[in-house]
Design a protein around this ligand. Structure first.
Ligand code: GRF
Length: 205
């Protein structure tokens, strides 16, 4: 199989999934194509988006398996069958085991709604606003065995306005995410992301 093929893992709304799929359709993903959605919540809105976009989905219910490793082995088989080059986490609400992390080391990325290493984990937007920061933002990073600890690929800062609410800031964050994530995936597709230790260099086109 040819071309640069990505799989997107998502558990919820799927705004980033949709942005990636639309970027691919409009030729803004560096030639990459979205080949698969992986989702652990068969009733999530992202599943309907995949249907409407005609993108195949691998759906599963974690509690029907004996262990995380079991369902991840099934996912890896699917990724291999489809010859996936890059695994893109976009609101996938489960920690990955070494079954996926080791297999896709250097080809596994996530987007997080804060300027890491500040505010890792869940509800990063709420954490940042509760802390009272004046600046937060978005991080795209490689995934390693930790919680939002992998090498940073790209970041965008967003100012927190005077009377910002969690809703208004989330909107701003999502808009920036949906612009940044396709740009980063395009860099991967063009072979322009170089990882050395914790340092990531984005090579000029
Ligand atoms: C995004 O804010 C992303 O940073 C976080 O989960 C959210 C997913 O949103 N990891 P969506 O499902 O892509 O709309």
């Amino acid at each position: 199989m040819s071309g640069y093929r990505i799989a997107v893992f998502a558990s919820g709304t799927g705004g980033n999934f949709q942005a990636l799929a639309e970027a691919a359709a409009e030729g803004r993903l560096g030639g990459a194509t979205v080949e698969l959605l992986v989702c652990d919540k068969p009733a999530a809105p992202v599943v309907g988006r995949a249907e409407r976009l005609g993108i195949p989905a691998h759906l599963f219910v974690p509690k029907q398996y004996g262990s995380r490793e079991e369902y991840e082995a099934e996912i890896v088989a699917k990724l291999e069958e489809l010859d996936i080059d890059l695994v893109v986490l976009a609101g996938y609400m489960r920690l990955l085991t070494s079954v996926i992390v080791d297999k896709y080391a250097g080809r596994l990325i996530n987007i997080h709604p804060s300027l890491l290493p500040a505010f890792p984990g869940t509800n990063a937007i709420g954490q940042a606003l509760d802390y009272g920061v004046k600046l937060s933002g978005v991080t795209v990073h490689f995934v390693d065995g930790g919680m939002d600890t992998g090498p940073i690929i790209a970041q965008r800062a967003i100012e927190v306005a005077e009377h910002e609410t969690e809703e208004s800031f989330a909107q701003a964050v999502h808009a920036v995410e949906q612009e940044l994530y396709p740009q980063v995936v395009a860099l991967f597709a063009q072979g322009r992301v170089k990882l050395e230790g914790r340092k990531v260099t984005l090579l000029k086109g």
